[in-house]
Design a binder for this molecule. Structure first.
Ligand code: ZN
Length: 386
């Protein structure tokens, strides 16, 4: 197995949980990649001998971003809806149906090509792992093929048949379909099951039923909750002991306490608040209460059509009260935890060598230089991609 030394790293973010600082940062550092894994990290002066050597010229090296929440399988866009919203119209869950019609009309090849383009866009911005949901098919056939498309790009696939009740469909009959034939067809391609638990989508009783059915098919449950207003979703997530609950924009004190007590990670999606002009979730209050916080893009054509975790990090710092270190940690180590993964999100011996080299000397620049393309190169499983 070839070993490669990456050296002259001004700042290496390891996310070592045993370190004194949150990011386990090492200055004047080096890292050894062996095959697909990290074999060694430390001060450059102490580096072992290797077959090959790469000098990154005083740049920062970070774990690749882990984007634990995206909806990449769709067709069409909703630029007009965005323009209307910026002109004063409000966002409602029903806009999803526009994308459903376009997605059903697209071929498998069109959907696959579109996901490939978006995944490539993410890679260029430092994302090395992405979760992808279905949810724009909403028929048994279209949900199953959406997940089959997503599976070509990631093992982190999520069945979201319970995104919205399709037009002209009885809600009770639809829940029966989602927990029956649709689940049966989707489960072979999915790791997770998710429900949009929100007024206008699914209530907490429906969410409970759907997640229980998913569990019986071996899927791991997660939830969209408290995005558009206060509601029971976050407390349900805590009660069920879910790994993560996503959005968490409108939280009451009892929600925060429930998350802290259950250890459920709050995955915040600031691209949504940016794109819908809603108030941002209070990350500071969650962190101060001892709740684990992750950040993801929620890349989707309706409420957050960005694939950029650097943008989300900058928003988390500027708008949600996080420090640059907390935001970077939330988009790497915590994203990995939100997906129940311990092989990614950190650069320590034994972890996958998924990393990014920044054209900057430290992680701070991701928030300090918003909108600037700072990702110089990305390595996936020990191999440079760009
Ligand atoms: Zn979402």
């Amino acid at each position: 197995m070839t070993s490669t030394l990456i050296t002259n790293i001004a700042e290496l973010v390891t996310n070592d949980p045993e370190a004194d600082d949150l990011l386990g940062a090492i200055s004047d550092a080096a890292l050894v990649v062996e095959g697909a894994r990290v074999a060694w990290v430390g001060r450059a002066a102490d580096a072992p001998a290797t077959d090959e050597r790469l000098d990154v010229g005083g740049r920062a090296v970070l774990p690749g971003f882990v984007d634990s929440h995206s909806h990449l399988v769709f067709a069409g866009d909703r630029a007009q809806e965005f323009a209307a919203r910026m002109g004063g119209k409000s966002y409602a869950a029903g806009g999803i149906r526009t994308t459903v019609a376009a997605t059903r009309a697209a071929t498998d090849e069109q959907l696959t090509a579109h996901v490939a383009r978006l995944v490539q866009e993410m890679r260029r911005q430092g994302t090395t792992t992405v979760e992808i949901k279905s949810g724009y098919g909403l028929t048994t056939k279209d949900e199953a093929r959406s997940l089959a498309v997503a599976r070509q790009f990631t093992e982190e696939t999520t069945f979201l048949g319970a995104h919205v009740v399709p037009a002209d469909t009885d809600p009770a009959a639809y829940v029966e379909l989602v927990t029956g034939a649709m689940l049966e067809a989707a489960a072979p391609y999915a790791k997770w099951i998710d429900v949009f638990c929100e007024r206008g989508a699914f209530d907490d009783d429906q969410a409970r039923t759907i997640l229980a059915a998913g569990r019986q098919h071996g899927l791991r449950p997660r939830l969209h909750a408290n995005q558009l207003g206060p509601g029971p979703g976050v407390r349900l997530a805590a009660e069920l002991g879910l790994t993560a609950v996503d959005h968490c924009t409108f939280l009451e004190h009892a929600d925060v306490v429930a998350l802290r007590d259950s250890g459920t990670i709050a995955t915040l999606l600031p691209g949504v608040e940016f794109s819908t002009r809603q108030p941002y979730p209070d990350a500071r209050a969650l962190l101060d209460a001892g709740v684990g916080v992750a950040i993801a893009s929620d890349c989707n054509p309706g409420s957050s059509f960005t694939s950029s975790l650097p943008l989300c990090v900058a928003l988390a710092v500027r708008e949600m009260g996080m420090t640059p270190a907390e935001a970077v940690h939330a988009a790497t180590a915590m994203g990995a935890r939100a997906l129940g993964r311990d092989d990614i999100g950190a650069l320590m011996p034994g972890k996958r060598a998924d990393l990014m080299v920044l054209d900057a000397p430290s992680h701070v620049h991701l928030a300090y230089r918003p909108g600037v393309p700072l990702v110089q190169s990305v390595w996936l499983g020990g191999r440079p991609q760009m």
